[in-house]
Design a protein around this ligand. Structure first.
Ligand code: GDG
Length: 493
């Protein structure tokens, strides 16, 4: 199916996200450099916008960015072959601290990931969050013309759908995609503004989660917190404040063909150079972890499980090497800085305990790798470890599967990821809350006969290819298109 067809139902597409897909910086000599911030969301949506055109509104990142935009804060991207417009919203440091480091990432992120001990709210955080949501909502209005689709991304903008709804004609369709898990009601009740967030989200015509588990928890929260909302569970529709919100589960996919092609065509030299740079030894099995440095990814628990593995199964010493790449993020939040320290401490301890003159059990890097380097790691890995304590989807697992073109390699996947709901038990399932389960699953994966690896990997590859990025787009855009006519015949229309 081709998602461009349902997209034709709309005259304009406007995407809103916190993070921007391209960041411009000035080098010391004044020349302009462009890089791409890490993250699953921008990686997924950039190809969509490249094909669909339109405008992407995101938070700009400092002076480098400011120097490339026009007087309307707009710049065409990608730089090599511009196909859509990126519009930057500037947020000063104090406001960013409350909106981003505060309410979004000290409160909503941990709440959505069930990490209640990490959840903190400071005076002023919610006010900053509300003000930034308002600023983004206002920036949408000038773009609306005819049948517009406004597509809001993620937990940074829970209030935006209702704010946009107040400002635009009824023929405008508003979609929201929630990229992280939705919490259980008892966890969500810790948010002092629980009702305001639900009220904001229900301004959308279509609210989408990755998997049914999260959508159902959302509907449960609506019933629990909003007396004047009614939930039709069969249709998965919430009626509230005179309008309907369709709540759907549409798992984000990757462009599996593109990942496979890149892997197929990759020069062996990329891995050789990288393994020399990182000191990955030849001739051992390779276990791999690729994550943002985030407590929700269960990196510390995974490294501890690796320690237990070497303790309980000495046969693996000097015959398997674990490569862990982490990209630091949200470093000004104390919980993240502390987590980075704990992770590095476990790496050092394991390497000290088991390392020899010629072998390090864990090769750890915080460098940002190129796409080709990442693909080289995926292709050479004998197993990928995903041990998230909670994860909306987890695209890394799908990228590994797509890059495993020889159909070998084992995916060890936490059952707390959306990817596990989507890919199922053909992955080697990890229960991240059970320490024994983690190291035993890794042990099983390392011993799995190639024939069984192939059987599992073929199924995983077929599922990843079937539920690809274009499937995600076509399914969502059909839902958006179907949500539009109802309102255009409404009395206000
Ligand atoms: C959020 C949700 C959901 C990582 N290191 C490098 C690098 N990456 C790329 C990976 C992948 C992306 O970053 C990470 O995506 P994930 O989905 O695994 O995780 P989050 O960033 O937490 O994303 C998540 C996602 O949104 C989408 O809805 O799946 O649950 O938490 O694409 O390849 N890319 C490069 N170098 C690196 O070093 N080039």
């Amino acid at each position: 199916r081709d998602w461009e067809t349902p997209l034709d139902s709309f005259d304009t597409l406007v995407v809103l996200s916190n993070r921007q897909p391209y960041r411009h910086t000035r080098d010391a000599d004044g020349s302009l450099a462009v890089d791409r911030p890490t993250g699953g969301l921008t990686a997924a949506l950039d190809p969509v916008c490249q094909r669909a055109g339109g405008t992407w509104i995101a938070w700009g990142d400092g002076d480098g960015d400011r120097q490339v935009v026009d007087e309307n804060d707009r710049v065409d991207v990608p730089p090599t072959d511009p196909s859509y417009t990126l519009e930057r919203v500037w947020i000063d440091d104090d406001l960013a601290d409350t909106y981003y480091s505060g309410y979004s990432n000290r409160l909503l992120w941990p709440i959505c990931h069930g990490a209640v001990d990490e959840a903190k709210i400071r005076p002023g955080d919610y006010d900053g969050y509300r003000r930034v949501n308002e600023r983004f909502a206002e920036r949408v209005v000038p773009h609306v013309s005819g049948e517009s689709l406004i597509w809001v991304q993620d937990y940074h903008f829970a209030l935006v759908p209702a704010m946009i709804r107040e400002r635009v004609p009824p023929s405008t369709t508003i979609g929201q995609f929630w990229h992280v898990p939705w919490p259980k009601p008892e966890t969500f009740s810790r948010v002092p503004q629980a009702r305001a967030l639900l009220d904001g989200l229900l301004g959308a015509d279509v609210l989408s989660f990755h998997v049914r588990r999260f959508a159902d928890r959302f509907l449960t929260c609506v019933e629990y917190f909003l007396d004047d909302a009614s939930v039709d569970w069969d249709a998965s529709v919430v009626s509230y404040d005179g309008s309907d919100t369709q709540v759907v589960a549409v798992p984000l996919g990757i462009d599996a063909d593109e990942h496979a092609r890149r892997s197929q065509n990759l020069d062996d030299g990329v891995y050789e150079t990288l393994s020399a740079e990182l000191s990955i030894p030849d001739g051992t099995l390779l276990g791999l972890g690729v994550d943002r440095l985030d407590y929700a990814k269960g990196i510390e628990e995974r490294l501890e499980a690796i320690e237990t593995l070497f303790e309980r199964r000495p046969r693996w010493r000097e015959s398997v090497t674990f490569v862990q790449t982490t990209t630091p993020s949200r470093t000004d939040i104390p919980a993240y800085a502390a987590y980075g320290k704990r992770v590095r401490r476990v790496v050092d301890r394991v390497n000290e305990r088991f390392g020899t003159d010629s072998w390090q059990p864990i090769v750890y890097t915080e460098s940002y790798l190129t796409r080709d380097q990442l693909t080289a790691l995926y292709r050479n890995a004998d197993c990928l470890l995903v041990t998230s304590l909670a994860d909306g989807m987890n695209l890394v697992s799908k990228e590994f599967v797509a890059a495993s073109v020889d159909e070998t390699g084992v995916l060890c996947l936490s059952d707390q990821t959306g990817a596990h709901d989507a890919l199922g038990d053909v992955a080697n399932t990890i229960d991240p809350t059970d320490r024994e389960s983690v190291w035993r699953t890794i042990d099983d994966a390392l011993r799995m006969p190639v024939r069984e690896q192939r059987v599992r990997m073929r199924t995983l590859r077929a599922r990843t290819a079937e539920r690809s990025l274009s499937w995600w787009m076509s399914t969502l855009f059909e839902t958006f298109a179907a949500a539009t006519p109802d309102r255009s015949i409404s009395p206000q229309g």
